[in-house]
Design a protein around this ligand. Sequence first.
Ligand SMILES: [Zn+2]
Length: 137
Amino acid sequence: MKNLVNANRLAGVNAQLVAVVIAASGKLPFPVCVVEGVRSKARQAQLYAQGRTAPGRVVTWTLKSKHIDGLAVDLAPYIDGKIDWNDLKKFDAIAQAMFAAAAERGAKIRWGADWDADGKSRERGESDSPHFELVGL
Ligand SMILES: [Zn+2]
């Protein structure tokens, strides 16, 4: 797991999703950082307030995120010791590796940059490039 940074943040995440993340990180030529795994209801409420009743930009649309149930992870490329949130090509590479690893394991996942799974990423509203969640659970 040398390619996975902050792997401890996978604690409590669904075992199938953890296996997909580990396999995906092994396919990539750069390290992947686990930004967030399980999220408490309180933290989700805090995130939901952001851009609404609290300062900042809107970062979530729901109070019932799959993160609360351990069915989602946020991943980002980790280059030279930091995350480059604007390197969308690397987020795309992570997505490709995640879908490949999921297919190998018979897991169905959804990507935050292609919610409707039509193969066209970052359409209107599809702005959550780090987010992957298990579908059908
Ligand atoms: Zn997420």
